[in-house]
Design a protein around this ligand. Structure first.
Ligand SMILES: C[S@@+](CC[C@H](N)C(=O)[O-])C[C@H]1O[C@@H](n2cnc3c(N)ncnc32)[C@H](O)[C@@H]1O
Length: 286
């Protein structure tokens, strides 16, 4: 993988998504971030780093728990995400929040200066996540903690989507993706450290963590309609598929998904999809 080109593509994708990210008739990242912070439970006065903070789904709940004596630094590789988060911090008058555009793979911060590192659905985008985890361990004080989320990967669907999409998105369409985003490449990349719980524990321990807890728990994705879900899917991981599908295929898939998802709704009620999420927490002990 050409790391520079890969990171430029990730930055471009999230820069374009930032203005509407999780704000278009679908809620998923916001409840997931809230739940992650609930599990991490930062204490008043804690110094927190949120890696790949996006618009702040985990950052703002953390900022309210650490209070005025604490601080939360949100970093993201996509400047437009940082801009949106900054606007929200100003809107909330959140004086304990700092935001910086920075590559989360190598945060330039003093060693042992943090109580908690958060990463909601972001660590998975790092080309060498295990190496980054070891760097995060160095940034944490003795007793400091990490808490991050990832999809629960399965073998038979687009890796960022829950199993309900297995039959809705034919596997043949995934062949339009560039090589590094083909299902096998993604599975190799993620399964090497995250797919199986035993490997994940080993990775975390090698990175310098202990007391590793892995909890797979569904987060309820709520969309006002099938169309809202499809629009939203252009702003998250599935954007990769949309941007690489030939126009006709894209239109056909869009129509198929909208009608299948609307058929899952109870009349005019919103669509709800239980989406499995992996919550990982661990501690540094020196
Ligand atoms: C799926 S979004 C999650 C955003 C946010 N944590 C949330 O839960 O809403 C992934 C985020 O990770 C960021 N990201 C990807 N690679 C990154 C990197 N190398 N360094 C920092 N941020 C990165 C993206 O720009 C994007 O904002």
């Amino acid at each position: 993988m050409d790391e520079t080109a890969y990171k430029a593509a990730v930055t471009r994708a999230f820069d374009r998504a930032a203005a509407h990210y999780d704000r278009m008739g679908v809620e998923f990242f916001t409840p997931m971030g809230r739940r992650l912070v609930e599990l991490a439970a930062p204490a008043p006065g804690n110094r927190v780093l949120d890696v790949g903070c996006g618009r702040g789904a985990a950052l703002f709940p953390a900022a309210s728990l650490v209070g005025p004596e604490g601080s939360v630094l949100g970093i993201d590789i996509a400047p437009a995400m940082i801009e949106e988060a900054r606007r929200e911090a100003e809107r909330q008058g959140a004086v304990n929040v700092e935001l910086r555009t920075m590559d989360g793979e190598r945060p330039e911060l003093p060693p042992r200066s943090l109580d908690l590192v958060l990463g909601s659905y972001s660590v998975i985008f790092l080309p060498d996540a295990p190496a980054a985890l070891a760097r995060y361990a160095e940034l944490l004080r003795d007793g400091g903690r990490i808490a991050f989320t990832s999809p629960v990967f399965t073998d038979d669907t687009f890796p960022f989507l829950p199993p309900v999409f297995t039959d809705l998105i034919p596997r043949s369409l995934l062949r339009s993706l560039p090589p590094e985003w083909q299902p096998e490449a993604l599975q190799r990349r993620f399964n090497s450290w995250l797919g199986r719980v035993a490997d994940l524990r080993r990775t975390m321990e090698k990175a310098g963590f202990t007391e590793v807890e892995v909890v797979d728990e569904p987060v309820e994705l709520v969309a006002v309609s099938g169309e809202a879900w499809v629009d939203w899917s252009h702003t998250q991981g599935m954007r990769l598929l949309w941007t690489h599908l030939p126009e006709e295929e894209s239109a056909r898939l869009s129509t198929r998904l909208i009608s299948a998802l609307d058929a899952m709704r109870d009349g005019d009620e919103p669509l709800t999809i239980d989406t499995p999420v992996r919550f990982v927490t661990a501690v540094v002990r020196r």
